[in-house]
Design a protein around this ligand. Sequence first.
Ligand code: IDP
Ligand code: MG
Length: 148
Amino acid sequence: MEQSFIMIKPDGVQRGLVGEIISRFEKKGFSLRGLKLMSVDRAFAENHYSDLAGKPFFNGLIEYIISGPVVAMIWEGKNVVATGRKIIGATKPVDSDVGTIRGDFAIDVGRNIIHGSDSVESARKEIALWFPEGPVYWQSSLHSWIYE
Ligand code: IDP
Ligand code: MG
C-alpha cells in the first residue's frame, strides 16, 4: 500500500493545529504508520529540502523549519500521495481552495503549516530520511469498511 511523508511545520505546531490536521487524514480513512514530535537541525532540514537549494527563499525556508518542533508522520492508503496533496492544498495559500488545510488555516507561502510528499518516489526518500527505524505496521480493523 502507498505511503506518504506528512510533516506539520513549526507554525502548525505553535498554532495548535496538530489534532485538526491528524483528524483530517484519519477521517479520510488513511492509516497512521509513524508519528513523532521532533526538532531538526539545519543540515537535516537542508537535506530534506535539497531539491530547493538555490531558490531565493531557501535560507528563509530552512530558518522556518528549524524554528521549532515539527510533527513527522507516515500515512498509508490507496493514492495517499496525490490525495494527501489535495487535502493539504496548493503551495501558496492564496491559491489553496477553502476546505484544504492551507486554504483554511494559512495566509503566507512561507507559513503554510504543512508538508506533504509530491510523488511516490519523494515519499520513499523522505520516509527513509525521517523514519530510519521504518514504519509501524498494524492492520486497521476498519479496512473492509474503507476499501471494497
Ligand atoms: P510544497 O510544500 O507545496 O511541496 P515546494 O515548492 O516544494 O512546495 O516548496 C517547499 C516549501 O517552501 C513550501 O511549502 C513553502 O513553505 C516554501 N516556499 C515555496 N515557495 C516559496 C516562496 O516563493 N516564498 C517563500 N517560501 C516558499
Ligand atoms: Mg514540495
